[in-house]
Structures are given as structure tokens and as C-alpha cells.
Design a protein around this ligand. Structure first.
Ligand SMILES: C[S@@+](CC[C@H](N)C(=O)[O-])C[C@H]1O[C@@H](n2cnc3c(N)ncnc32)[C@H](O)[C@@H]1O
Length: 223
């Protein structure tokens, strides 16, 4: 397994299933993704590595996967914690193959069938509540900030794996001689969440999965 390129953009197909022979939940999920035949390997590992870290700190709740793409992160969150009643995937455009992925995962985990919904909507328009666990992987640029702002306004737990970065605009603007701009943006996000009364965990997922690997997990203090 160690020689497997976790960041490969090659699509997982039925033939790739042999790469995941184990009895672990991760290998079971991977084999199902292979059967669906629609996702690059990188997306499997990103979703898995994010979900397992988030689940250590955020159990239960409705999972809301914002800018969800194929929605695998939402599925992985439910596979790892059956106490969540449901997951909602939100994206302006549902990829045509998301339904195929959902069908295969629903066959593998019949108990999850009908518990993962997909809606085509903007992050701006989705309604969130304090009981939600909001997750978002690689929401481009300022979309990650919007995800954070929407979750904070609702008082929800939020976990983001930020994507491409813009220049920091707030307190850390102009410090790029000391701090890489992307890092400064993420540090500002941490500071903003703390000011909003959140406890923040700064983590990373393995760099061989993605170089955009900073993971921020935040929950309201006392929430
Ligand atoms: C880089 S992709 C990430 C997809 C997925 N989370 C992943 O990790 O593979 C960013 C996604 O954001 C979606 N998106 C862009 N603007 C959006 C908005 N305002 N509201 C909801 N989704 C949006 C795009 O359609 C795209 O699927």
C-alpha cells in the first residue's frame, strides 16, 4: 500500500479494486469507489483523510458538504459515523457521475440509502442550523471563507480543507515577506473563527494526497 500514489489523478476503475484488498472501512469504501469508476484516486484519499480527522472531533449532526463536487466526503462522513441522521451535498452543479457514485455506495451500505441528498444550490442560499456539521473540501479561494461565514452565522461545527489562495486582506496583509500568502490567509481564518467564539484545530492531511492539505476543524466553544 505504501507504494500507491495517493495523489494520482488517474480514475479508479473496477481493475483498481485489487489495490485495496483489506478489510478496513477505507478499503471497503475504496473498492466501492472503484466499482463506480467515476473518481480520480486523489479524491478518494482526500475525502477519506478529511472525514476520519473530522469525525474524531465531530460526531453526529446533519452533515452538510458544501461545494460538494461528487459528494464523496459526505458519504465518507456517514460511513464513519452512523449516528448522523443524514447528509446534504450542495453544489451549484451536480456532476453527472455523482448519482452513479451514490448508487454504488448505497448498494454497499444499504442503511445509508436515502440518507444522502444532493441539491443544486449556492453556498450562499443553503439554510444551516446549529446542529449541523459543515464540511467543505477545496472550495476555491473565497468560497472557503463563505463556507466559514455561513457556518459561523448558524453556530455550526465547520471543517474546511482550503483550496487555491488569494492574498490576505485582513490583519496579515503585507506580511508576505515572512509568511507565504496562502498560509497567511489560513491563519486569518483561524483568527476570525477564534474571535467568533470557536475552538479551532489546525491539522494537515498527508501531503502526498494533496499539497493543499491544511485542514481546519472548528466548533463553537460551549456548543
Ligand atoms: C474544486 S471543486 C471541489 C469539489 C469537491 N469538494 C472535491 O473536493 O472534490 C469546487 C466546487 O465548488 C462548486 N462551486 C463553486 N461556486 C459555488 C457556490 N457559490 N455554491 C456552491 N458550489 C459552488 C463547483 O461547482 C465545484 O464543484
Amino acid at each position: 500500500m505504501n507504494s500507491l500514489d495517493h495523489g494520482s489523478k488517474n480514475r479508479l476503475t473496477g481493475r483498481s479494486a485489487a489495490l485495496f484488498p483489506g478489510t478496513s472501512l477505507r478499503d471497503r469504501l475504496a473498492r466501492a469507489v472503484c466499482r463506480a469508476g467515476v473518481l480520480p484516486r486523489k479524491e478518494l484519499f482526500e475525502a477519506w483523510e478529511v472525514a476520519r480527522r473530522v469525525r474524531r472531533h465531530a460526531r453526529g449532526g446533519r452533515v452538510v458538504d458544501l461545494a460538494a463536487g461528487h459528494g464523496l466526503l459526505a458519504w465518507a462522513m456517514l460511513v464513519l459515523d452512523d449516528t448522523s441522521p443524514e447528509a446534504l451535498c450542495v453544489d451549484v452543479r451536480e456532476p453527472p457521475s455523482a448519482a452513479k457514485l451514490a448508487a454504488v455506495l448505497g448498494e454497499e451500505w444499504p442503511r445509508l440509502r436515502g440518507r444522502v441528498r444532493y441539491v443544486e444550490a449556492r453556498v450562499e442560499d443553503v439554510s444551516l442550523t446549529a446542529g449541523d456539521v459543515v464540511v467543505s473540501a477545496h472550495a476555491c479561494g473565497g468560497l472557503t471563507d463563505l463556507v466559514i461565514d455561513r457556518a459561523v452565522a448558524a453556530g455550526a461545527v465547520v471543517a474546511v480543507l482550503p483550496c487555491c489562495q488569494e492574498q490576505p486582506l485582513g490583519e496579515l496583509a503585507g506580511l508576505d515577506a515572512w509568511v507565504a500568502p496562502g498560509l497567511a490567509v489560513d491563519l486569518e481564518r483561524v483568527a476570525r473563527l477564534r474571535r467568533a467564539g470557536y475552538h479551532v484545530r489546525a491539522q494537515t492531511i498527508p501531503e502526498d494526497v494533496t499539497p493543499k492539505n491544511r485542514l481546519l476543524i472548528a466548533r463553537p466553544i460551549g456548543g
